[in-house]
Ligand binder design. Sequence first.
Ligand SMILES: [Zn+2]
Length: 81
Amino acid sequence: MLRITGGQRRETGPDGEWVTRRIPGSAAVKAYRCPGCAQEIPAGMPHVVAWRPYGDGEDRRHWHSSCWERRSRRAPRAPRH
Ligand SMILES: [Zn+2]
C-alpha cells in the first residue's frame, strides 16, 4: 500500500481505484505517452500521473489532464445487452 502524501488523491473510476497526482509543468521534465489518446505529453506540460493504490507504483501512467478527466466521464458502465 502506498502512503497518501500531499498532492495525491484517491479516485475511483470505472476501472477501479487509482491514486492520482497533478504534475505541474515545471516538474514535467520528460515526455510521456498518454494511454488515453496515445499522443505524447511534451515536457513542460502539466499533466496527471495515475497508479494503482495497491502494488508498488510501477504501473504509473502519465495522462493529459483532459484525457484523465474524459476517461472517468466516459465511464463505460456495463453495456446493456
Ligand atoms: Zn491524452
